[in-house]
Design a protein around this ligand. Structure first.
Ligand SMILES: N[C@@H](CCC(=O)N[C@@H](CS)C(=O)NCC(=O)O)C(=O)O
Length: 212
């Protein structure tokens, strides 16, 4: 059976989240670097991800798109990495809860923030995330109650949600609250996170050097 892991990514993209997760899992994988507007929109790649976006993970014949789904898939398919609570564990509910909260309301809220879109107060009932401030308040409480989202144990939800918080602070779409800074410091200094960042940073540097 072909069970090769291939990450389709660009070093300046959410593909960094998937690479971090792959490094946490610790299995060999190969990365294919795609370019914005060209190879990402080529017919061959649209067959894998019709959105023409990165990241995409291919595991043998299985194709997974969406950074959150890639994190959840890898955690489940490689349980020995200990990155997701087992089904039946009392932590499985909170794990789903915060993974989906991060992939839906949080991603939406941060994208709207970056685009300068503010939900009119009288329409908050329609927006799944309510208001940007509500999302920040919930996240502040979440990362203040323990070392990780699930308390004492690091999991795939920290890779995904943590990336949104960390890169949100870097891009100025999320406030630099003390709780966020401390949480990001805790998770982004993990060996797997450092390895992933070094690989993508080196790819960015190579591309800058090639441009001259
Ligand atoms: N919800 C998707 C978002 C993916 C996404 O928007 N990726 C951006 C890079 S961060 C992209 O590929 N943009 C290229 C394009 O839309 O042409 C995920 O979480 O994977």
């Amino acid at each position: 059976m072909n069970d090769e892991l291939v990450l389709y990514t660009n070093p300046m993209s959410r593909g960094r989240i998937a690479r971090w997760m792959l490094e946490e899992v610790g299995r060999p994988y190969r990365a294919e670097i795609l370019e914005y507007g060209t190879t990402m929109k080529a017919t061959a790649y649209l067959g894998l991800n019709p959105m023409g976006k990165v990241p995409t993970l291919r595991h043998g014949e299985t194709v997974v798109t969406e950074a959150a789904a890639i994190c959840a898939y890898l955690a489940d398919i490689f349980p020995e990495a200990g990155l997701a609570p087992q089904i039946g564990s009392p932590l499985r509910g909170p794990y789903y809860r915060w993974m989906f909260f991060a992939a839906g309301p949080v991603e939406h809220a941060l994208a709207d923030k970056a685009l300068g879109f503010i939900v009119p107060p009288e329409r908050r009932g329609i927006a799944g995330y309510g208001s940007f401030d509500d999302v920040v308040t919930v996240l502040d409480g979440l990362v203040s109650q323990g070392d990780y989202v699930l308390g004492a144990t690091f999991s795939a939800v920290d890779v995904y949600l943590g990336s949104q918080i960390g890169w949100g602070m870097q891009f100025g779409t999320i406030p630099r609250l003390g709780s966020f800074e401390r949480y990001w410091e805790r998770i982004s200094t993990r060996p797997a996170a450092l390895r992933a960042r070094a690989i993508d940073d080196a790819l960015v540097a190579e591309r800058e050097a090639a441009k001259g």
